[in-house]
Design a protein around this ligand. Structure first.
Ligand code: PBG
Length: 327
């Protein structure tokens, strides 16, 4: 008599830890993890970020030490964000070679040589007094093409400071192409671009705005993607960036956009990054602090889900902790 259950029994591979280990298909590795780091101009002490327990705004000195720790833990890269002490309408601090982000990049490059992949945030929002990712027209709208000219100058400053990969995160149309040609014309053909290609206007960026002391009032709906559009729009954005010379593409945020991560991973032949953003971090930390979830287990589960969706690398504020656990 044939059994009433199917002959394939998925539970065979779940029977013990050794079998489960053998059958694992999504394995996290320290090199897949990129650590976003904040460095504040003129800071005397590292300052905790209120809405991101465990994350600080570094001084240049504390950044140097944390970067060495991260490299020793085996993380794949460091994504550096600058918090300037003065902001203006055009974000001059982002272009100034002595601006905090460029100083930090130069310092880390000198400390770490080729042992670390340095990724610079290429966006104006940290440097503008209005908090937008670009420069404004008199009517207050973000001027795409005027912003591109500033991004080109920022790209040259970051390349000169020693960044390996530039991360344009402002969602201006044409940003990758303009940055690529500016780099090439200036002899920075080896500097790459990790394009924030599918970046949504998201409430999950809330804690990040504390971390960079953003002065934004209003929102970024006129340049970042609408979460209510179909995945096809993201694929269009990604295709444009790849055609313009993106070396890697990114989807952001991660967890609420795993369908986008999967479709992008299926569509492109360049590495795909996903950014597990500040709000994703804060939610888990807050629930864990209340004793409502098993923190370490949930962290691992979130990262596994992002990789399973197709991300080759993940930007995560837990990068060092998880890399150490894996190592
Ligand atoms: C823009 C930028 C943002 C984040 C990364 N780059 C903020 C925004 O677009 O409003 C958010 C990252 C996070 O929430 O962790 N420079």
């Amino acid at each position: 008599m044939s059994p009433s259950y199917p002959s394939s029994r998925p539970r065979r591979l779940r029977r013990n830890a050794a079998l489960r280990r053998l059958a694992t298909q999504v394995r996290l590795h320290p090199a897949d993890l990129v650590l976003p780091m904040f460095v504040r101009e003129g800071a005397a002490e590292p300052a905790p970020v209120r809405s991101m327990p465990g994350v600080v705004q570094h001084t240049v000195e504390s950044l140097r030490k944390a970067a060495v720790d991260a490299v020793q833990a085996g993380v794949g890269g460091l994504a550096i964000f600058g918090v300037p002490s003065a902001k203006d309408a055009v974000g001059s601090g982002g272009i100034d070679p002595d601006g905090i982000l460029n100083v930090a990049l130069r310092t880390l490059r000198a400390d770490l040589g080729d042992a670390a992949v340095l990724i610079s945030d290429l966006c104006l929002d940290e440097f503008t007094d209005h908090g937008h990712c670009g420069v404004l027209r008199p009517d207050g709208s973000v001027d795409n093409d005027a912003t591109l000219a500033v991004y080109a100058d920022m790209a040259l400053a970051q390349a000169a400071a020693g960044a390996d990969l530039l991360g344009p995160s402002g969602m201006m149309d044409g940003q990758v192409g303009v940055i690529r040609s500016a780099l090439d014309r200036a002899g920075h053909g080896d500097v790459g671009i990790i394009a924030y290609s599918a970046k949504y206007a998201s409430g999950f960026y809330g804690p990040f705005r504390d971390a960079v002391e953003s002065s934004l009032s209003g929102d970024r709906m006129s340049y970042q993607q609408d979460p209510a559009r179909s995945v096809e729009e993201a694929l269009h954005e990604v295709a444009l960036d790849v055609a313009e010379g993106a070396d890697l593409v990114m989807v952001k945020p991660a967890m609420s956009y795993l369908d986008v991560v999967r479709r992008v991973a299926d569509a492109v032949n360049v590495p795909v990054a996903a950014y597990q953003v500040s709000g994703e971090y804060a939610m888990v930390e807050a629930a864990a602090a209340n004793g409502w979830i098993d923190r370490d287990r949930v962290i691992a589960e979130t990262l596994t889900s992002i990789k399973r969706a197709g991300a080759d690398l993940v930007l995560t504020y837990w990068a060092v902790e998880v890399a150490r656990r894996l190592g």
